[in-house]
Design a protein around this ligand. Structure first.
Ligand code: 6GU
Length: 257
């Protein structure tokens, strides 16, 4: 996979892209990253990338010319018969990023991410250049660089081979629509807090059943919205409808402690 990032702050990406998951993906030659400075695509002496809003109003907008030129340059070696390359704009007005959207985008060999900035962008960029507008949640950030890294992280870890098989994305929270079950490592008794007995039993069927139940309990108490969208067996549905949720909450919700 190739990820092209267009930004006014290329330095922002240098350290993150050299570490952790990004580094792993690059070292294995599974993903490549290119960061482009939109300012390099201006032609005036002062490299101006923003301008006033027609019709008045506070704040400056990202001008269309450097963004179009940058993206046309980045996409110029696209083969005619290739699928259209998703061009993602990070914006609080976009659709909320999610694991299903991450899976969908991770199917592409290439994507480009345009980091939103200033008070906004000239709407012709959004209308004629961008294919996906994505927000990472209902809060306001100063720029689209962190969202771009968030999106890139979520995609990169889905590229086959980036993660080891032990930490397969299939068991992640959200990948089956449920939150992850609690996990423990040694010691089995830490300061008197014991690991659930069943996990030491060696009975894999029972452990799998316990984990599934814990996932359902946690999702029911913390994210009933997710649970409503998940496919459960008839037996699991009965289990959920029998839950006294405030009590289930006390069992699994660490935040209440
Ligand atoms: Cl993608 N951009 C900005 N500026 N703020 C956000 C966001 C994006 N997603 C959540 N808040």
């Amino acid at each position: 996979m190739r990820i092209d990032i267009l930004t006014l702050f290329p330095q922002f990406f240098h350290t993150p892209l050299q570490n952790a998951i990004f580094r792993r993906a690059k070292d294995k030659d599974l993903v490549s990253f290119n960061v482009y400075n939109i300012r390099d695509y201006t032609h005036d002496r002062h490299h101006v990338v923003d301008d006033y809003t027609f019709g008045g109003g506070a704040g400056m907008l990202l001008k269309p010319e450097p963004v179009f030129e940058a993206l046309e340059d980045v996409l110029k070696d696209r083969l005619e018969d290739e699928l259209p390359i998703p061009v993602i704009l990070t914006t609080p007005q976009g659709q909320t990023f999610s694991q299903p959207l991450a899976y969908q985008l991770a199917q592409h060999k290439r994507i480009a991410i345009l980091c939103g900035h200033y008070e906004g962008i000239d709407d012709r960029i959004r209308e004629h250049l961008v294919t996906h507008e994505i927000s990472i949640g209902d809060y306001v950030l100063s720029g689209g660089e962190l969202p771009a890294l968030v999106i890139a992280d979520a995609l990169v870890r889905l590229v086959p081979g980036v993660l080891g098989s032990e930490d397969s994305p299939v068991t992640d929270s959200h990948s089956d629509g449920l939150l992850e079950y609690p996990q423990f490592t040694r010691p089995a008794d830490f300061r008197g807090w014991k690991v659930p007995e069943i996990l030491l039993s060696g009975n894999h069927a029972k452990i799998a059943a316990w984990r599934r139940e814990q996932s359902i309990l946690k999702t029911a108490s913390r994210r009933p919205d997710l649970l409503a969208k998940t496919s459960l067996t008839a037996e699991e549905k009965k289990f959920v409808s029998g839950l006294a949720l405030p009590q289930a909450d006390a069992d699994v919700n660490e935040q209440s402690k």
